[in-house]
Write a protein that binds this ligand. Sequence first.
Ligand code: MV4
Length: 453
Amino acid sequence: MFKKILIANRGEIALRVIRAAREMGIQTVAVYSEADRESLHVRFADDDVCIGPAPARESYLNIPRIIAAAEITGADAIHPGYGFLAENAEFAEICAASGITFIGPTPEQIRTMGDKAAARATMIANNVPVVPGSPGPVEDVDDALGFAVEIGFPVIIKAAAGGGGKGMRVARDADDFARSFQLARSEALSAFGNGSVYVEKYLDRPRHIEFQILGDTHGNCIHLGERDCSVQRRHQKLIEEAPSPAMTPELRKKMGDAAVLGAKSINYVGAGTMEMLLDEDGSFYFMEMNTRIQVEHPVTEMLTGVDLLKEQIRVAAGERMSVTETPPLRGHVIECRINAEDPARNFQPSPGKIDVFNLPGGNGVRVDTHAYAGYTVPPYYDSMIAKVICQGRDRAEALAKMKMALETFIVQGVMTTIPFLGRVMDDPHFAAGDVHTKFLETDGAYLLKEPIP
Ligand code: MV4
């Protein structure tokens, strides 16, 4: 087992890794930027190294400085968290070349799944259902239009290097197509330096359902149930829950088998997520695989009782994962992401000092946060300041707990999404579990417009 893990991240996920390592008797090293000097991850780690100025490019994304920090402190492994370098295959390679274990999948697995067209082709080759469309990247606009006509409009053009919504364009008809294609390609080129795009049938109101995967180097690979992440705004997830309100045991078996088949086809090792779309007619399709621990992993942890961070560390060290079958799913879990943003001003970030910070609590309530009274939310990074996760015996109970949790979560000094989320909990569509990826643009649009008390 590792002796010392360096955490190449900040915020709540850095704390989450420190807790898991500490429980396992492993030492930790925090790295931090000049803007994060007062952060809890610095205080709670055994060792800490300042790796540069506030901008991520000069600190949390600066590979030489992070490797140097690991070498100076004698860390034998690096946990990348999510975001930053978590899905950077080159970073995983450099760790290996430096004799440091990257806690995550292999560089090759990261690279294959990072290229969304390659991931799609891999799934097709292994009989995992994908959305009808081009088998891989398209050559040019005529090639692409050929596939669009074949599968029928509307279609969506996606950047191979994209994911999370960047470099995507919907084309409603053939007239619209050339323009959408050029926009997607040029956006992909400027955002990723790679203009490779592919075409899929566009599903109008799908649910976003993702399966948590866990694999080890001993040939074990299972899923730990799904999460329904349909409530999103501009490709940012706001609420996640499990089980999906749309799930049945039969559908879970079919989707879960497909997810595990896809992960096994690349001998996946570590924690990963198979993102799928569930269409209104009950068809489901592979969309992307995320090769990292995700923000919403606590939903699965509460539902299954499996500590995903500890499992990541175990399997990265070459040990067997401690669960080798999908565990029983216990009740219902809902997570709300709390951001320091002002919903009345188009969710504009609201950095600054938190003066008052009262956390919710109670039976079945978990809060993952790096914030505290007196903490200053820096303007340089993601605006998420906390995650509230509530578990009930059923969805209604989880929802009731979440309402109470949001009412008793008091933050003063910065604007937060707490009141907005409270109103989503009261929405009749959400309460009925009737949500899809267009919820906040359709049935839930009023939630974005109405003044927030
Ligand atoms: C889609 C889609 C409809 N049809 N693909 C958005 C993020 C990226 N991972 C893929 N996305 C979508 N792909 C097809 N063929 C709709 C979306 C989509 C979406 C997906 C999940 C969650 C929120 C979303 C919001 C808008 C569009």
